[in-house]
Design a protein around this ligand. Sequence first.
Ligand SMILES: Cc1cc2nc3c(=O)[nH]c(=O)nc-3n(C[C@H](O)[C@H](O)[C@H](O)COP(=O)(O)O)c2cc1C
Length: 340
Amino acid sequence: MFKTVDRFLIRWCSRSLIGSRLYYTFFSNAFAAQQQAVLKGRATFNTPETIGRLHSSANLRRNIHRLEKGLAMKGRREVFAASYIQQTVREYKEYAAAGFETAERLWAQEVLDTYFEAVSHSDPVAQAFALYRTVLRTEAGHRTFSFNPQCAPYAFEVIRDAEVSFEDFQQLCEKRRSVRWFLPRSVPDEAVQKLVSTALLAPSACNRQPFRFICARERAAAVAACAAGTTGYVHQLPAVLVVAGDYANYGHERDKNLIYIDASLAAMQLMLAAPTLGLASCPINWAEDPAAESRIRKLIDLKDSERIIMLIALGYPEPGGMIPYSQKKQAAQVLTYADD
Ligand SMILES: Cc1cc2nc3c(=O)[nH]c(=O)nc-3n(C[C@H](O)[C@H](O)[C@H](O)COP(=O)(O)O)c2cc1C
């Protein structure tokens, strides 16, 4: 009876935007947890609380990235970023005042230096520059401009060629399979750190990198058991990474999908890199389930604005352990051309 009514409601409500809003307000709370996390994120977006804990400012990262994109633009305008340069300098000032000596700060400094060198100084750029100069005077050794910046835009050809053929890369992709049977051998810190460094080379929207990895080894089985899809093999997992995205990186709901996109791109890189260290991985689905959420939150420390994107099992593969064939679709099934 309930299912029949629900099916009717779904049909009726899915016909319009207002209908779907009614459905998710009165008949289903499936999006409630995500909505609360998005709001929690907005409440702490760019606050000293978040910045202090992470030594990272999401909005400074975003704005510095917008500046570096402007600097790398062909046919660059004499003045750009006028609408947000003052805010960016104010954000940099707060970051510098907190004393964070990070790679993020050096990047921000050098991009700002390069920007002020490059643009012509009429208001509001002139006002922003005046504020920037007062900040420079408060910095260690009355910092002056970086004339040999390492973190400013540079030519693509400077990057060393990757000596990887298409065939090599294809082989790596074939070696990356979802592996569920592992040797009883622990995964060293060094390997986990290397994999995470590779993950951090992935692209992310406005370079915000709104995710983190929580590595469980002694608690791997307990953590992975919170997810539904690990029955039968969970007991022998040497390590599990919880991939979590943080809505505190965003001030707008329009960005609500980015934690999933950015974290997944990074996770993919990590999983592809694993075989190069003799390791194997298996992504594990994190379904929306309040009971599972409450179990895992007892085992790992997550903020209210953080959402779990997925778990990744990690370990040295058991050579004789079986893996499913998992047939892949053919390119012709998923590729069409917009110009035809
Ligand atoms: C988002 C995501 C969630 C997944 N969840 C699970 C899971 O809960 N349990 C599991 O055993 N495998 C899981 N997998 C692995 C898939 O079953 C596997 O990727 C797919 O069958 C293709 O096989 P392959 O990874 O070996 O190419 C998941 C994969 C992805 C990408």
